[in-house]
Structures are given as structure tokens and as C-alpha cells.
Design a protein around this ligand. Structure first.
Ligand code: ATP
Ligand code: MG
Length: 422
């Protein structure tokens, strides 16, 4: 077996046994996004490396050490997207979508980060990413959060909590940053290696440290809240009022900062206690400065990204998880003429029963083998066709669950009979 090719570390296959939960989450999300007027966009997985450096920020973990960056044959530096916001904003600029217009967009797909793989943390992972471009007010921030709250409700997830904070404007943050650097410098010996590195480039990221030994020091740090500009304060108060009016519970977490540089004002994160160390299931916020930073028309913007592996894991933990997909009909056919006719019969049944799964026994086998396959498929009804039945213009119909016995049914009435059994 030594010549087997292994999967790339941190990159997973999603097998048929798991796909039901994925499709359930995707279906619920799609419907919810449509209900709020979001439109799907599909953007490339590969972008110029420069896009991520300029948007996410040079001194972030992602850009410093997690990107899948390579030179293509033409010598260009390209990167597998580590997140989707930069690509969507680039798409809006490239296609002239901004120009004062407003767009509610979403996209879905794989993201790539060279992190240490563990439960809930992978190198290829999937996100649903939602972005509202051209909306300045706290109302859209609140509506976005309401959308996420609806998702959890419809997915029946209860072990999630909302945390919110305001990062203020870039100018307000600059003043705070100075205070923060001063504070951490006066405790430099207590900083871990990561934090020391961040102190120079991105001191706010120290607040996001996951090292428990840093906790006490971080608790004592000055609070961004005290440095907020009046407009950001007002924005945040209005967001909280809207969430209160909507009856959405939240916790103001003054130390919530995000791992990407481009946020301003509102940031939020949904966390869970049900997944161990990987507690963030959905995070987002406002990034009013990003479009201009990427050379586009200045446009207020806000959005979030949801980690699908983590949401799927939560859904899979529910006592009665998503319904498994089972076929409705399994056709058993024996005899040369009957097998040929069964191909057409399966087509007729698929025409007559849209949305249902009709399996036909393929590859022959005696009745016993075929019945075993029918049973294993989980199908609700078996249709049995032999040359003898064919001569009489009937097929036998046998419910595979319950005690009802097998009955003959004229082929012309078969679709109606099966429909009545499902
Ligand atoms: P974390 O704090 O867990 O590293 P993050 O702040 O890096 O998360 P974002 O960049 O905001 O996360 O991405 C949004 C969401 O994507 C996260 O809330 C999480 O659910 C998911 N996510 C992020 N990184 C990974 C990963 N490596 N594997 C699986 N899911 C991830
Ligand atoms: Mg991260």
C-alpha cells in the first residue's frame, strides 16, 4: 500500500454519509439569504497575492504565515484565497458594480490557510460569505445579525452566543493603538513570542491571543471603547438598540477584535461551547475603508463569513440530525426482456415522480441478491419485474417497510400506485 497517494494534510473529503448535513445547511442558508434579498456571486479561488496583502493586511497571521502563495508558469505571484471578502470587493470594483449602487451579495466555496490542522481547523475549509456593499447605517449591521440568528433558529442550533464590539474609525483606532503599545511595552517581559511580534506591526491583534498565559495582561489593557469617536459610538448604540428591538441577545465584548485589518466600527462573532477549542462559527463586521484601499470608489460595506465545517458539526450533534437521503423505489428485474423493459420503466417512474429517487438494479444478479441490494438501499418500495410479469403486463409492488405483502399492478397504473404508497 506504500504507493497510495495520501490526501493533503488538513484537506478533507466530504463523503456521502456526511453530505446530508452539508446540503441541509446549504439549503437553509440559501433560502434565508434569498429571503433578505442577497444574490449569489461566484468569484475565482485564485487571486493576485497583492489583493490579500493590501486588504487583509501585511501584519496579520493570514498574510504573514498562512497563505498558499505560488508563482504560476508565467511568473505571477498568485494565492489561493484565504477568505472571500477581498475577492468579492475586487469583483465589485473590476465589474464597476460600486458607483454609488447598493448590492447584497453572497458566495460560497473553499478557503485555504496553512494552519495547524485540528478538529474544526483545516487547511481547506468552506465558508458562506455574505457582503452588503453601499449601506452605511447600523440598520444593515443589525439585519445581517438577524439573518445569522435566523439561520441558527432554522438549523435548530441553540448553543451559540453573539458577541459584538465596535472598532471605531481608523483614526480613532490610531490613538488607541498608541496607548496599547505603551501599555504592552511596559509589560514586555510578560509577552509571549507571538505578541512581541505583533507589538510592532499589529498590536490590536495581541487582544485576540489564544494563549491563556496572556489573559491577565490582556484583561488589564486599555479599552478601545474609551477611545471611540462620537459617530462610531452613535453607530454602536443604534446597533444595540436595533438588536434589543429584535429580541436578539448579545454580549458586548470590548476585547473582540478581528484577525483581519480591514474592519471598522461594528464587529461581531457567534461562538459556541459545543466544539471544543474552535469556538467561532461565524464572524464579521463593517469594513468601510476597504473599497478605497483596493482602488475602488469609497463605499460603506459590512458582512460576515460562516465556517461551514463548524456549523455542519453542530448540526450533526443534534439528537435528530438532518434527514438522511434514502431512495423511494428500487426496481428488481430478472430475465433478459424484463431487464431491458426495466430501464424504460425506471425512466417512466422518474418522469412521474419528480424529486423522488428511483434506483434500478444494475449488473444483474438473481432475485435474492437483488432483494438484498434493495433492502440495503433503504428504499421504501420494491418493484419486481420478471419475464412472466411482463407477459401479463404487470409488475409486482412490495413495500419494504411494514407488513404489507406483495401485489400485482398493471404497468400503466404503476406510477399512481407507487405515489400512493410514498
Ligand atoms: P479562528 O478564530 O477560529 O481562527 P478566524 O477569526 O480566523 O477564526 P475568520 O477569518 O473570521 O475566522 O473566518 C470566519 C469563520 O470561518 C470562522 O468563524 C470559522 O468558523 C471559520 N474558519 C476560519 N478558519 C478556519 C479553519 N482553518 N478551518 C475551519 N474553519 C475556519
Ligand atoms: Mg484564524
Amino acid at each position: 500500500m506504500s504507493n497510495q497517494i495520501q490526501p493533503v494534510r488538513g484537506m478533507n473529503d466530504v463523503l456521502p454519509a456526511e453530505i446530508g448535513a452539508w446540503q441541509h445547511v446549504e439549503r437553509v442558508a440559501r433560502a434565508a439569504l434569498a429571503a433578505y434579498g442577497y444574490e449569489e456571486v461566484r468569484v475565482p479561488i485564485v487571486e493576485h497575492t497583492e489583493l490579500f496583502k493590501r486588504s487583509i493586511g501585511e501584519f496579520t497571521d493570514i498574510v504573514e504565515k498562512e497563505m498558499y502563495t505560488f508563482q504560476d508558469i508565467g511568473g505571477e505571484s498568485l494565492t489561493l484565497r484565504p477568505e472571500a471578502t477581498a475577492g468579492i470587493v475586487r469583483c465589485a470594483i473590476s465589474n464597476g458594480l460600486l458607483r454609488g449602487a447598493r448590492h447584497k451579495l453572497w458566495c460560497q466555496g473553499p478557503m485555504f490557510r496553512h494552519e495547524r490542522p485540528q478538529k474544526g481547523r483545516y487547511r481547506q475549509f468552506y465558508q458562506i460569505d455574505v457582503e452588503a456593499l453601499g449601506f452605511p447605517g447600523p440598520d444593515i449591521d443589525a439585519e445581517l445579525i438577524a439573518l445569522t440568528a435566523r439561520l441558527w433558529r432554522e438549523l435548530r442550533l441553540t448553543r451559540v452566543r453573539l458577541m459584538i464590539n465596535s472598532l471605531g474609525t481608523a483614526q480613532a483606532r490610531a490613538g488607541y493603538r498608541e496607548q496599547l503599545v505603551q501599555y504592552f511595552r511596559s509589560h514586555e517581559s510578560a509577552l509571549d513570542e507571538d505578541s512581541r511580534r505583533r507589538l510592532g506591526g499589529n498590536p490590536l491583534r495581541i487582544l485576540d491571543s489564544k494563549n491563556p498565559q496572556m489573559r491577565a495582561l490582556i484583561e488589564g489593557a486599555p479599552l478601545l471603547h474609551d477611545y471611540l469617536d462620537p459617530e462610531s459610538r452613535e453607530h454602536f448604540a443604534a446597533l444595540r438598540a436595533a438588536l434589543d428591538a429584535l429580541g436578539i441577545a448579545y454580549e458586548v465584548n470590548p476585547r473582540l477584535v478581528r484577525g483581519l485589518d480591514y474592519y471598522s466600527r461594528t464587529v461581531f462573532e457567534w461562538v459556541t461551547d459545543a466544539l471544543g477549542a474552535q469556538d467561532a462559527v461565524c464572524s464579521g463586521g463593517r469594513y468601510d475603508g476597504l473599497t478605497a484601499q483596493l482602488g475602488g470608489e469609497p463605499t460603506p460595506a459590512t458582512g460576515f463569513a460562516m465556517g461551514l465545517e463548524r456549523v455542519v458539526a453542530l448540526v450533526s450533534q443534534l439528537p435528530d440530525g438532518p434527514p438522511a437521503a434514502v431512495p423511494e423505489v428500487y426496481i428488481v428485474a430478472s430475465g433478459e426482456r424484463a431487464q431491458l423493459r426495466a430501464l424504460g420503466l425506471a425512466e417512466q417512474l422518474r418522469d412521474a415522480l419528480p424529486g423522488r429517487t428511483v434506483l434500478l438494479n444494475l449488473g444483474g444478479g438473481n432475485f435474492k441478491t437483488q432483494f438484498r441490494r434493495a433492502d440495503r438501499s433503504g428504499a421504501r418500495v420494491a418493484v419486481i419485474l420478471g419475464d412472466a410479469e411482463l407477459d401479463r403486463g404487470v409488475a409486482a409492488v412490495k413495500p419494504l417497510r411494514g407488513d404489507d405483502g406483495q401485489t400485482d399492478c398493471p404497468l400503466s397504473e404503476l406510477p399512481a400506485r407507487i405515489a400512493s404508497l410514498l
